[in-house]
Design a protein around this ligand. Sequence first.
Ligand code: CP
Length: 354
Amino acid sequence: MSRPKKRDVALHAPLADEPSLDTQGFERPRAFMDDVDEDLSPLLEISNRPVVSARQFDRAQIVQLSRLAARYETQPQVINRPLTGKILISAFYEPSTRTRLSFESAWHRLGGDVMSITDPLSTGLAKGESLYDIGEMLNHYGDVVVLRDSNEKSIYEMIEALRIPIVNGGNGVDEHPTQALADVYTLLKWRPGLADPSCQEPPARIGIIGVPGQMRTVRSLLILLSRFASGIAEVTIVTDETQPFDPGQREELEADGLRIRVENDLDAVLPALDVVYINAIAWKGDDYEAMGSRFRLHAGSPLAEGAIVLHPLARGEELDRSLDPTPHNWYFAQARGAVFVRMALLSAMLKTYV
Ligand code: CP
């Protein structure tokens, strides 16, 4: 039997350095810190509470969480392992690369220990145990729970029994608030002036290729963007769906000051956008559906010079790898920043800031 051929990779070459291009957002947190006053008091309201929805965050809290995240990103030496002896219960009843591992990385970096559930059938759920009863048990085993579940109601069932805080790591098509915090952290690094309502910079033109009523990442992001409406000229939703919003969703965002337009010709709108956020995955029931497959970004797309591209990842064909080495790629910095945002959030929830 012939041995399988090894892939043609440079096994003797040194590993690549972390990307350090400022143009891809890896070097920006320091600039963001320089522009923001240090005041952690807005974070007091976050302590010892569940985090279920992006609606729970106001502008001041988002800015100060981002400022704290920037401190963790730029000054890892200041972290004195404040979560030593604390346990995170990471319960992921739906697949995840980034959310689970970045929460666990965040908790480890703060000095704590982690217990993971990656298969619901390894728990009493397989025997018909309720999430309420599992929640009651988790009170005794850990200090914070992060839950991802395809059923949007699961988190509410568990909260009924919990006396420790829980974080929504994505609940069905409903919300993914900490992904949205990571998205806005990236935007604040790109344009620190967004944090300042009196900033004279031109308002940002943001495009979102996605479906607000069916994608939890987009739903939560729009809520957080509405907190920064004064710095945003317009949000253009690019979609083929005839009814991309849930009933009342668009009206709520517009009442909060966000200007929204809906288009379906991607290449026609791209040249006028400063930020292009793209997502194609919507979780439905126990599986995901790829939506908007005709909308694709690649190195030949008519992006404006200086425009940045964000994606919550995982990506499919909608985001071509030809964009990876370009200055438009801020999606890897966005994913990296999520670790520090989650450190900031967990610190705020437990009131242990460094
Ligand atoms: N962005 C995000 O939620 O990715 P995962 O599904 O890998 O957690």
